[in-house]
Write a protein that binds this ligand. Structure first.
Ligand SMILES: *[C@@H]1O[C@H](CO)[C@@H](O)[C@H](O)[C@H]1NC(C)=O
Ligand SMILES: *[C@@H]1O[C@H](CO)[C@@H](O)[C@H](O)[C@H]1NC(C)=O
Ligand SMILES: *[C@@H]1O[C@H](CO)[C@@H](O)[C@H](O)[C@H]1NC(C)=O
Ligand SMILES: *[C@@H]1O[C@H](CO)[C@@H](O)[C@H](O)[C@H]1NC(C)=O
Ligand SMILES: *[C@@H]1O[C@H](CO)[C@@H](O)[C@H](O)[C@H]1NC(C)=O
Ligand SMILES: *[C@@H]1O[C@H](CO)[C@@H](O)[C@H](O)[C@H]1NC(C)=O
Length: 430
């Protein structure tokens, strides 16, 4: 008898913990008040009202449900905190998700969908951490999703980049501080000038560039190889240009964050130690600083005891005086007395480099490396070339050709790729 009761009780406990009766949706008739929490179906993420450390302001955010140390990955009303506990997140008659106080006098945040929605609208927190506004009884159409309007965190399966059809640009921006999730100046986004580029900005100033896509990762992140925690899918077609990080082992909790200290950090959760571990961070050193050695400069940290800036072969410092003072920002120019574009021009190969900024480069995936060389040589404005996909054979790895100033080039002790810089006849003989 006692035994049976014991079994029954443990079965009940098992059932209670096993099947979360948590709600994961907000509807017209089912709003979310401060204090309520939505939990995604697989219990990975939670959504609700929170206050950052040392703050009494209330924000609506999404955090990891299984982590004891509350870690917010998305915030709705970043620059519009509510100062009391009367906030309500609800679906209104226009089909929008709106954040108001209970007297409805002010809208703190809204999904701002302007199309007329006639159908039933449901906001659902998915297990990927995506808050999606669905239309229709079968939830077959969505009108907004938080993954398209991110905060500071890049989660697995999220798209980072641009939707060419709608013009949607996903921009990741840092918090103002650990106590204020307001939008700060530091952003990570994709730019579509020349070949698509992923950059870290301060305002409109480029701070760090990942380097071009090499087929395996980025030429500026040599440590990222096939054994990394996550893989990368790069899509570039008529619809979109995006990259997606996916965890190789989905039970590892990991995110990429634009931090308040102007870095990009990859953090992974260590459950045993109950803390986030910094797995990777950039920019790392002077050579990572965008355009550190100016046009036609080459940043090289491995020349012990000397200035890290060098010039490409065939080039000399634009301002020897600044160079002497170890300011490389003016970069280099073609050596005095060298004739441009004469018979006998050729290329010098530089090894283990992060190739120059591709905003003035042209990519042609149907050219092999040999054809690439011929094509570049035949055009006096082509200053250098490299393979577009180093995982393939030279004959079908595609080709990147640079026109005009070549900036933000650096070397690594390991990794990187080969880059071929145009030099004039006289330089080749030496
Ligand atoms: C909260 O404030 C205290 C005292 O000013 C400070 O030491 C602590 O670092 C703050 N916490 C966070 C997370 O910023
Ligand atoms: C809604 O969209 C309009 C026009 O696109 C914009 O001016 C307004 O700031 C947006 N409101 C919110 C709360 O995002
Ligand atoms: C944003 O960055 C720019 C430099 O790009 C700077 O002039 C401006 O003051 C910054 N704004 C804030 C709020 O930090
Ligand atoms: C990345 O890994 C995930 C999970 O193992 C897998 O589903 C996906 O196909 C992989 N993608 C690529 C491009 O290798
Ligand atoms: C995935 O990660 C979990 C947690 O770290 C670990 O226990 C498990 O063995 C890993 N699985 C594989 C296939 O590596
Ligand atoms: C790539 O090069 C081939 C051969 O020169 C040329 O026919 C083609 O138009 C080029 N493609 C692009 C996108 O420039």
């Amino acid at each position: 008898m006692y035994l049976e009761r014991g079994i029954l009780i443990s079965m009940l406990i098992f059932l209670i913990f096993r099947f979360c009766t948590c709600i994961d949706t907000i509807t017209l008739t089912q709003p979310l008040k401060d204090g309520d929490i939505l939990v995604s179906n697989g219990e990975n993420f939670a959504l609700g009202f929170f206050s950052p450390p040392n703050s009494t302001n209330r924000y609506v955010g999404i955090w990891y449900n299984k982590i004891s140390d509350q870690t917010v990955v998305w915030v709705a009303n970043r620059d519009n905190p509510i100062t009391n506990s009367f906030g309500i997140l609800s679906v209104d008659e226009t089909g929008n998700l709106v954040l108001q106080e209970n007297d409805q006098s002010f809208v703190f945040w809204s999904t701002n969908v302007s199309e007329v929605v006639k159908d039933v609208v449901t906001a659902q927190l998915l297990d990927s951490g995506n808050l999606v506004l669905f239309q229709g009884q079968n939830k077959d159409v969505y009108s907004r999703q938080s993954f398209d309007h991110p905060s500071n965190s890049i989660l697995p399966d999220m798209k980072l980049g641009i939707d060419r059809k709608t013009g949607l640009k996903r921009v990741f921006t840092s918090w103002k501080s650990s106590e204020n999730p307001g939008v700060e100046n530091y952003s990570h986004k994709m730019e579509l000038v020349g070949s698509p580029q992923l950059l870290l900005f301060q305002g409109t100033t480029k701070v760090w560039w990942t380097g071009s896509s090499t087929g395996r990762g980025w030429s500026g992140i040599p440590e990222m190889d096939g054994k990394y925690l996550y893989n990368i899918t790069y899509i570039n077609n008529d619809d979109e240009v995006v990259i997606i990080y996916q965890m190789r082992n989905s039970s590892i909790i990991s995110r990429l964050v634009v931090t308040e200290s102007r870095t990009m950090d990859r953090l992974t959760w260590n459950e045993a130690a109950h803390k986030w571990i910094r797995f990777w961070s950039a920019p790392k050193d002077q050579c990572d600083g965008y355009n550190h050695c100016g046009p036609f400069g080459l940043c090289d940290l491995y020349k012990l005891g000397t200035f890290e800036c060098d010039c490409f072969p065939g080039y000399e410092p634009q301002s020897p005086n600044d160079w002497y003072l170890r300011d490389g920002s003016k970069g280099c120019k073609i050596k005095v007395g060298t004739q441009m574009c004469q018979v006998g021009d050729g290329f010098v190969e530089l090894n283990r480099v992060k190739v120059p900024d591709t905003s003035n480069a042209h990519v042609n995936m149907s050219l092999g490396l040999k054809e690439c060389e011929g094509m570049c040589l035949g055009d006096c404005t082509c200053m250098g070339y490299a393979s577009a996909d180093i995982t393939k054979e030279a004959k079908d790895g595609g080709c990147v050709m640079w026109y005009g100033d070549m900036i933000d080039t650096r070397t690594f002790s390991n990794g990187g790729q080969s880059f071929y810089v145009r030099v004039y006849a006289a330089e080749l003989g030496m």
